[in-house]
Design a protein around this ligand. Structure first.
Ligand code: BGC
Length: 796
């Protein structure tokens, strides 16, 4: 142990105390051992440093910092260097504001488009997501600031995120859900990692030794600190055994006595706690020597420009029928409330207070003075006829209509999932009405996750900006008017309809237990393998120029590594960037696996007529599958197609190669995993996963601490009253009314009323204590007297 001496001078109580936070954002300080406190703040697309009232949902004020585009937008740049710069910029702002650790990046897989937090995650592809996370982390940590890679692992939905139990087969976990974390851990050595709220195969992530010790530390060599997500601690004794170092936020010593007794009774080894303390002391060393001299005087000005540059690079041109780029000075009508009041980030813990804010309308005005504007629709999604009509009149007179539409806050947030993939109906109605009077419509889309776009034909061009940060409005205008050539490419599939998504029917069927019946077939892995038509495929994006791919070559080394090269030529009239994607398509006839998987990519800049060679490296892992019988990665012998594409459906060049490895053997499982016909069933799943006990919803008499007020309110008067109390309190915080159409109210209500009883004292210690929580549980189970007795005795 590195800090043996300090640790041997600390009492057991002091060591236990160090492993839990001091406050909402700080770790504990021990002056007698020269142990300073660390300050933690949310990321990941900017800093949310709170100096006043604290919360984990982005409600109370935070200091103004640069709001960069959110991860779903940033990923569309496919630019590791740029993302490293963003990480570095956030790291420098952290140094300036005295923040030691930024809580990001978020790298969970997008299993289903409805996950409310998809805007905070990079991609549906683990390789891309892992590479981008690693770049972000390396950039941020280069400033001496720490990070927290989150949420480990399988936190792929917001609905009941604190209690859901993910049932997943080993290959899906190893080949699809974990590699993004694995790449980031191995390539960037994050200082900390945040465990997720949910359970995996019956065990909460905080207590999950297999996940936190066997896989993370033993297999991947992670040597940093594991902390909980805010309030994710389940059982502190088990968590120590699993190697979970730091509980956040402070639970005000709630578990200290239990841990101490466990050590005294021989249930927990003191050396497990010592290991955690040792790692925490190393973390403190690593994150308290930040480089303040590296922070420029005008950092916020610089970072605003960087945010603009990143937003320019992340805008995805989905369609262009010879209308873009627009000419400077053209007469335009800008339509849409979102063009004036931009939605540029998502709600929840990642929400930052921007230093500046440029709307699309402002951006357009910087290129042409001949602009009229009409808001056209309300954010609240009700058709207001006069606003609607006025917009149609304004649009009719313009040469070009720039129509800004997309998801509003009520549709997309941390804390709850979406219920469909549509944009608000009032926006669609207006788009149809405007298309009747003006055919020259350029649609600018905002929103952090995939949407259905049946109205696509109404636009001559479509530019997707996602949630593009504080400079996004300017960046969109830069792209529309051609000051910058679009180069972003989608990092998630846009299906024709939600029903086409493999797990659409059962995604929210039983939120407390989520079997991943589809295994690793998510996103394009499903659509390409099932030959299902999509609206826009993974990797798709247009440019104002065109690129030609030629001369694909493969050089192989003895150790199974290889380099794929090709020449890319800009065949159009404008300079631009191209993102070249390398997919592997196995032809081995062995285990079931996706038809095509991304294993490399390159982004390059070319002047008109210029050609350059790209080189992408592969290693044996690029071809490997996880053999769950041997618990190891293996490569199947046989043929593989290496495919270079402009997106996953547009393969421009391919080469067939032979690779040596183990003999391919067909998996002994349901045909579904080979044919992908129809929807997978539980019976199919049980051919790739052990039988598991079905979760039966609890009823009065059997409720436990994992139940929430929401779940018990129908059978318990006390819970109903508490529910009403929560509604009232939240209404007071959010404008006075009980209003489920107010996004802030809805987010808070969903989160608070669905909080498992056990988490209430951890996240709201001023309003709830463990004895009170037990009292509520007893009464909900119909045992009022027992509850009262326990309350009086302060039993926990
Ligand atoms: C979120 C984390 C966040 C934490 C602190 C939690 O609700 O899941 O991503 O870092 O709060 O705000």
């Amino acid at each position: 142990m590195k800090h043996q001496e300090t640790i041997s001078n600390m009492t057991l109580e002091q060591k236990i105390a160090l492993c839990s936070g001091q406050s909402f954002w700080e770790t504990k300080e021990f002056t007698e051992f020269s142990i300073p406190s660390l300050f933690l703040s949310d990321g990941p697309h900017g800093l949310r440093k709170q100096e006043g009232e604290e919360d984990h949902l982005g409600l109370n004020a935070s200091v103004a910092t640069t709001c960069f585009p959110t991860a779903s937008a940033v990923s569309a740049t496919w630019d590791v260097e740029l993302i490293a710069k963003m990480g570095e910029a956030i790291g420098k702002e952290a140094v300036k504001l005295g923040v030691n650790i930024v809580l990001g990046p978020g790298t969970n897989m997008k299993r289903n488009p409805l996950c409310g937090r998809n805007f905070e995650y990079f991609s549906e592809d683990p390789f891309l997501s892992g590479k981008l996370s690693a770049a972000w982390i390396n950039g941020c940590q280069s400033t001496g600031t720490g990070v927290s890679l989150k949420h480990f692992a399988l936190n792929n939905q917001e609905l009941k995120r604190m209690t859901t139990d993910v049932i997943v087969d080993e290959r899906a976990m190893r080949e699809y859900y974990l590699p993004t974390f694995e790449i980031a851990v191995k390539e960037a050595k994050p200082t900390t990692l945040m465990c997720a709220y949910n359970k995996i195969e019956g065990t909460y992530c905080s207590d999950n030794r297999r996940l936190l010790h066997d896989i993370l530390r033993e297999e991947w060599g992670f040597d940093g600190v594991v902390m909980t997500d805010w309030g994710a601690m389940n059982d502190r004794v088990e968590a120590f055994k699993a190697g979970l170092d730091l509980e956040m936020p402070s639970s005000k010593g709630s578990f200290d006595e239990i841990v101490k007794e466990a050590v005294e009774n021989g249930i927990l080894d003191e050396s497990d706690i010592d290991q955690c303390v040792d790692r925490l002391l190393t973390l403190i060393e690593r994150t308290t020597s930040q480089k303040s001299e590296a922070v420029p005087e005008n950092i916020f000005e610089d970072n605003h420009e960087l945010a603009r540059h990143i937003a320019q690079s992340s805008g995805v041109l989905l369609k262009n029928n010879d209308i873009l780029p627009l000419k400077k000075g053209v007469n335009v009508a800008v339509i849409g409330k979102l063009a004036e009041s931009p939605r540029y980030q998502g709600s929840g813990s990642s929400q930052v207070t921007p230093t500046k804010l440029v709307s699309l309308l402002d951006g357009v005005k910087s290129y042409t003075k001949d602009v009229s504007f009409a808001e056209g629709y309300t954010i609240e999604d009700n058709v207001e006829q006069d606003i609607h009509d006025k917009a149609v009149t304004v649009a009719k007179k313009a040469d070009v209509v720039i129509f800004c539409l997309g998801l509003t806050d009520i549709f997309e947030s941390e804390g709850f999932d979406r219920t469909h993939m549509r944009i608000p109906e009032n926006q669609i109605q207006l788009l149809h009405a405007i298309a009747e009077v003006n055919p020259n419509i350029v649609i600018v889309v905002v929103g952090g996750s995939a949407i259905e776009m049946p109205w696509e034909k109404k636009g001559k061009a479509i530019l997707h900006m996602q949630l593009s940060g504080q400079a996004g409005g300017q960046a969109a205008a830069d792209l529309l008017f051609g000051a910058v050539n679009p180069s972003g490419k989608l990092t998630e599939t846009y299906p024709m309809t939600y029903e086409d998504v493999v797990n659409s029917r059962y995604y929210q069927e039983n939120p407390r237990q989520t079997p991943y019946l589809e295994s690793m077939y998510c996103g394009y892995r499903y659509f390409t393998s099932a030959n299902k038509k999509v609206r826009y495929p993974f990797g798709y994006g247009l440019s104002y120029t065109s690129f030609d791919y030629s001369e694909m070559k493969i050089q192989r080394s003895n150790k199974g590594e290889m380099t794929v090269t090709a020449t890319i030529e800009n065949t159009g009239q404008r300079a631009g960037h191209e993102v070249v994607q390398l997919y592997i398509s196995p032809q081995t006839d062995g285990v079931y696996r996706p038809k095509r998987e991304l294993k490399g990519f390159a982004k390059l800049y070319l002047e008109p007529g210029e050609s350059k060679e790209i080189a992408i490296e592969l290693d044996t892992r690029s071809f490997a599958i996880y053999d769950d019988k041997q618990s190891d990665w293996v490569v199947e012998s046989g043929a593989y197609l290496l495919q270079l594409g402009a997106n996953c459906e547009d393969i421009r060049l391919e080469e067939n190669i032979k690779v040596d490895g183990v003999k391919p053997v067909r998996s002994d499982c349901s045909d579904w995993y080979y044919t992908l016909q129809g929807e997978p069933t539980k019976e199919d799943f049980l051919t790739i996963h052990e039988p598991y006990p079905e979760y039966v919803p609890k009823t009065k008499g059997s409720y436990d601490l994992s139940n929430s007020i929401n779940e018990m309110k129908e059978t318990s008067l006390v819970c109903k009253l508490i529910y009403k109390g929560i509604e009232k309190r939240i209404a007071m915080q959010t404008g006075g009314e009980v209003d489920y159409k107010n996004p802030e109210f809805k987010m808070l209500m969903d989160t608070s009323s669905n909080l498992p009883l056990k988490k209430m004292p951890l996240l709201a210690p001023d309003q709830m204590s463990f004895p009170v929580v037990h009292f509520i549980l007893d009464t909900a189970n119909g045992q009022l007297w027992q509850g009262l007795k326990r309350l009086l005795k302060k039993e926990v």
